[in-house]
Design a protein around this ligand. Structure first.
Ligand code: ZN
Ligand code: ZN
Length: 443
């Protein structure tokens, strides 16, 4: 260790030496991160079509010394950096955008059009802020690969496709993510959220909901609207199903547990005097515990079959479950380690615990597949003054949130805080080596 590095490290852990050097490198990156972010924002790609984004990610990481593999689970990218003995730390970001027409009015707003998986022409926008996640992980990747980094272990960066379809994480797992690259000791990730920029919020235990969708077809027998006695009316059947489904949560889920059931799609018929042959429903369920999830799913099936039978339907209903993700569960012990490091760096007042949210993520699929604890946090992305003003006026709920065409995270300080959070969290886990701030091995 050099004399100056020795002095610099007196009274602080080696990981702080890494961090000090990283923050200098972050300053030196200047506008590079913001430019990168604006470019990703202007070039959003729909789920499973993240070709340009993945290529850019790979191109950015290769010169840094990462062993980069593309096309993992479709358009996923894995980058590994091995530096001696120590834990394997996985950092995760997601690549995809949404079929949303951007209305932020930003100079770098997206005007991109795309074709969705059903063949529809749609506008495309990074309305969930995954461009923030990509940029922050690339920034952290650069800092952690820098010559001054003193950590030891293996850094595994995972850029997954198709989070919005809740398919990308599973696709990467199925493509041998943990067998081909490494089995992580911890999985870390973040999501930009409608909180003030500069703030980090975290949950412990199951804090993001499991997400289940059921697409249902109810069969009746169509005919003339003036002669319902000659038909089996699927519209009435669907109406009973919708009403009866809303009895499941209050009557079958214990009061101390939580779940949400929404019928977001109900389609039947073409004309007022025609009774149609069938009706379709789209049902979405959010839950936290596997037991409650099972209770609600079973009850949904039971109600649909029972109402169909009650109407003397000529055919059994079809129920197709899709888009399922498990609850995102932050391992309590791993969360404590990570949050302590974040609080030490940012100050405890900027790292806040939060209650569970009903939003869902497929990040939990990774931990479920490899057995590693997951720690996932929310990164504030809204202008702090605008956020404070909205709260003061009681208008917090009217602020643009993820998936809104108006969602526009502020670049500063969202990106630097997101980069730092990943570096701080990763170095809290990675082992330390006898390497000084100049990159030369120490005594
Ligand atoms: Zn989203
Ligand atoms: Zn998202």
């Amino acid at each position: 260790m050099t004399a100056s590095a020795s002095r610099a490290s007196e009274g602080m852990g080696e990981h702080q030496v890494t961090q000090q050097a990283a923050w200098t490198a972050l300053d030196e990156m200047g506008d590079q991160l913001a430019d990168l972010y604006r470019d990703f924002h202007q070039h959003p790609e729909l789920s499973l079509q993240e070709h340009r984004t993945a290529a850019w990610v790979a191109e950015f990481l290769r010169p840094l010394g990462y062993e980069v593999t593309e096309k993992v689970g479709g358009t996923g990218v894995v980058a590994v950096l091995r530096r001696g003995d120590g834990p394997v730390v996985m950092l995760r970001a997601d690549l995809d955008a949404l079929p949303v027409q951007e209305k932020t009015g930003l100079a770098y707003a997206s005007t991109v059009k795309g074709t969705d998986i059903n063949g529809n022409d749609v506008p495309v926008m990074h309305a969930c802020g995954h461009d923030v996640h990509i940029t922050c992980l690339l920034g952290a990747a650069a800092l952690l690969a820098g010559p001054a980094a003193t950590w030891s272990g293996t850094l595994m960066l995972v850029f997954q496709p198709a989070e919005e379809l809740a398919r990308g994480a599973q696709a990467m797992v199925d493509d041998g993510l943990f067998e081909r690259f490494a089995n992580p000791d911890v999985i870390l990730g973040q999501h930009v959220a409608p909180l003030p920029a500069g703030v980090i919020a975290y949950g412990t235990g199951a804090f993001m909901a499991a997400n289940d969708t059921a697409n249902v077809v109810l069969y009746g027998r169509g005919g003339h609207g003036s002669r319902p006695e000659s038909t089996i009316d699927p519209v009435l059947m669907a109406a009973h199903v919708v009403t009866r489904l809303q009895g499941i949560i209050p009557r079958e889920v214990p009061a101390a547990e939580a779940a949400v059931l929404t019928v977001g799609r109900l389609q039947a018929g073409t004309k007022d005097n025609i009774i149609p042959d069938q009706a379709e429903l789209g049902i979405n369920i959010r839950s936290y515990s596997p037991a409650v999830r099972e209770v609600v799913r079973r009850a949904v099936e039971r109600v649909i079959h029972a109402e169909s039978a009650a109407s003397a339907a000529p055919r059994h209903p079809e129920i197709e479950w899709s888009c399922t993700t498990p609850a995102t569960v932050n391992d309590p012990a791993a969360t404590e380690v990570t949050v302590a490091a974040l609080a030490e760096h940012f100050g405890a007042d900027r790292v806040a615990p939060m209650p569970p949210v009903t939003a869902s993520e497929d990040v939990g699929v990774f931990g479920q597949a490899c057995g590693a604890p997951t720690v996932f946090w929310f990164l504030g992305g809204l202008h702090p003054q605008e956020f404070a003003a909205a709260v003061a006026d009681g208008l917090q709920d009217s602020l643009p949130t993820n998936h809104s065409p108006h969602f526009a995270p502020v670049i500063d300080p969202t990106l630097t805080v997101g980069v730092k959070a990943l570096v701080v969290a990763a170095t809290a886990w990675l082992g330390r080596t006898q390497t000084d701030a100049t990159g030369r091995p120490g005594p």
